[in-house]
Design a binder for this molecule. Structure first.
Ligand SMILES: NC(=O)C1=CN([C@@H]2O[C@H](COP(=O)(O)OP(=O)(O)OC[C@H]3O[C@@H](n4cnc5c(N)ncnc54)[C@H](O)[C@@H]3O)[C@@H](O)[C@H]2O)C=CC1
Ligand SMILES: O=C(O)[C@H]1O[C@H](OP(=O)(O)OP(=O)(O)OC[C@H]2O[C@@H](n3ccc(=O)[nH]c3=O)[C@H](O)[C@@H]2O)[C@H](O)[C@@H](O)[C@@H]1O
Length: 462
């Protein structure tokens, strides 16, 4: 780190208006999936960065060059950026805030324990801790996903908390990265949304994102509520697209049509597009489910009932897919899974991550376990995270071990390892070769030829 003395009076304007002056120093509060990626990416873009977390274990790991979760490409970039001396991690928020010019808020906004609303305690605490520790003019940038209206309330908090004489602006710059592709999405975003900026803060953020902007990422400058709503609307639209195809998959099943071929045909229409039309077990993860529920809740608060009614249906259709897979498993075992061996392939909420937050796969596995099945789960990356969330399930360290002696095998996350598995060899390991493909990615003909009874969502039974 260079030892640059902070100028308590003009640092913010200097960083904004002088393109040849020192690049703004960045603090990133919260070093989870979003924040760790963001901190590393900001260093990669050439800025000096400090990542701050209240969890000393995470800070220790990141400082040692270890990413506390599985995200392809991130460990290599972390190691590279630590070596430049531009990137460091700390639990000392006062030191980090006193040092930085731009403070990104990347802490969690989980679903509240008692309602569909977002729990904003972490965002409030992080923003308050920034405002309280400011020693010079600074920009606070919200990146966490929040209900519309949050930024306006946080501005009041900052105004009430920041030391007298310090100029602190608060803006919203939501994040759209996908887990599994987080590095790529952060460095090459589809768009950069800047909400509630002044000319100064817009210029400063354009400087922070100069790399992606030069590469063509479009910048949308808007007011604070629009920026907050763009984020949750994007997730709500993606969720709606998935629930739409899952609703149609039910019609396909009843009518003897094939939902995968149908989705391909729909996707050729550029107005529709093929992405997010994979029918199956539905969406899970740390974001889509809680974000549509938070938007449902906020729409109700605002009296915007059509939005909440629509999202209620999207949520119900999505949760219904989990029940449909449980029903298929019961059916495959003759009506009851009591004392039956169930091999579960997949625990993560999607491939290329070890994230099991609201994972449909683990939800189905746990439901079958509750009905008396002996469930053995295998996931190439999410075994440890799954075990700590659902310690009562059985865990295997290979596909073979999970399939061994199974009465039915369920593919619940579409890892390549499962899609490319050898059906003939695996059939020999089972009690009876019975398979449920809940993600629609397996080649049914290949598995049937190898002797498997193959069932999937959205395709007629053979
Ligand atoms: N996970 C993802 O792919 C994306 C997440 N988001 C949004 O980003 C936000 C964060 O999500 P994740 O990174 O997944 O959550 P996470 O739970 O992985 O990370 C949050 C981190 O914040 C830390 N933290 C809590 N309070 C703090 C404080 N006062 N000061 C410093 N650190 C604090 C926690 O210890 C934790 O490490 C959420 O609003 C989420 O909806 C947005 C886009 C993508
Ligand atoms: O706000 C967030 O945190 C992020 O949420 C999602 O990203 P992510 O949760 O990483 O995962 P997605 O790739 O969107 O998948 C979400 C879920 O939908 C499921 N899905 C996806 C696509 C599809 O066609 N069908 C389907 O069931 C996946 O299996 C997974 O469970 C959004 O795609 C990101 O843009 C957003 O930034």
């Amino acid at each position: 780190m260079t030892d640059r003395k902070n100028d308590l009076t003009d640092l913010f304007p200097r960083a904004t208006f002088d393109p040849d002056g020192p690049a703004p120093r960045i603090a990133v509060l919260g070093t989870g999936y979003l924040g760790a990626t963001h901190a590393v990416a900001m260093a990669q873009l050439g800025m000096e960065v400090v990542g701050v977390d209240t969890d000393p274990h995470k800070v220790e790991m990141l400082t040692a060059g270890k990413v506390p979760f599985y995200e392809p490409g991130l460990p290599e970039l972390l190691t590279e950026q630590l070596a430049t001396g531009r990137l460091r991690f700390t639990t000392d928020v006062a030191e980090a805030v006193g040092w930085a010019d731009v403070h990104f808020v990347c802490v969690g906004t989980p679903q509240s324990k008692t309602s569909h609303a977002a729990d904003l305690r972490f965002v409030e605490a992080a923003t308050e801790s920034i405002a309280r520790n400011l020693t010079h003019d600074a920009l606070i940038v919200g990146k966490s996903t929040v209900p519309v209206g949050t930024g306006a309330r946080l501005r009041e908090l900052v105004a009430a908390t920041a030391p007298a004489g310090v100029r602190a602006e608060l803006v919203w710059n939501p994040e759209f990265l996908r887990e599994g592709k987080a590095v790529q999405d952060t460095l090459h975003p589809d768009r950069i949304v800047l909400g509630g900026t002044t000319a100064d803060s817009e210029a400063l953020l354009r400087r922070v994102y100069a790399g992606p902007i030069a590469e063509g990422s479009p910048v949308v400058v808007c007011d604070l509520p629009t920026a907050e709503l763009v984020k949750v609307s994007a997730n709500a639209f993606l969720a709606t697209k998935i629930s739409f195809i899952n609703a149609i998959s039910g019609v396909c099943e009843a009518a003897g049509a094939d939902v995968t071929v149908l989705a391909d045909a729909l996707g050729h229409d550029v107005r529709i597009g093929r992405q997010f039309l994979d029918a199956g077990l539905g969406f899970g993860g740390g974001c889509l489910p809680k974000d549509i529920r938070a938007l449902m809740h906020r729409s109700n608060e605002l009296g915007a009932y059509p939005a909440s009614a629509l999202l209620q249906q999207v949520d119900e259709i999505n949760m219904g897919q989990r029940s449909r897979v449980i029903d298929l498993a019961l059916e495959a075992c003759g009506g009851s899974v009591l004392n039956r061996r169930v091999g579960v392939l997949g625990a993560a909420f999607k491939p290329h991550t070890d994230d099991v937050r609201d994972s449909p796969a683990l939800n189905v596995a746990a439901a079958l376990h509750l009905r008396g099945a002996q469930v053995t789960v295998y996931d190439p990356q999410a075994g440890d995270t799954a075990r700590s969330s659902f310690p009562t399930l059985g865990y295997a360290t290979s596909v073979d071990e999970a399939v061994e002696g199974a009465d039915v095998v369920l593919v619940l996350t579409e890892w390549d390892e499962f899609v490319d598995a050898e059906p003939a060899r695996l059939a020999q390991l089972t009690q009876q070769p019975s398979l449920i493909d809940a993600r629609g990615k397996l080649d049914a003909a290949r598995w049937r030829e190898a002797g498997w009874t193959f069932r999937g969502l959205g395709r007629a039974a053979a």
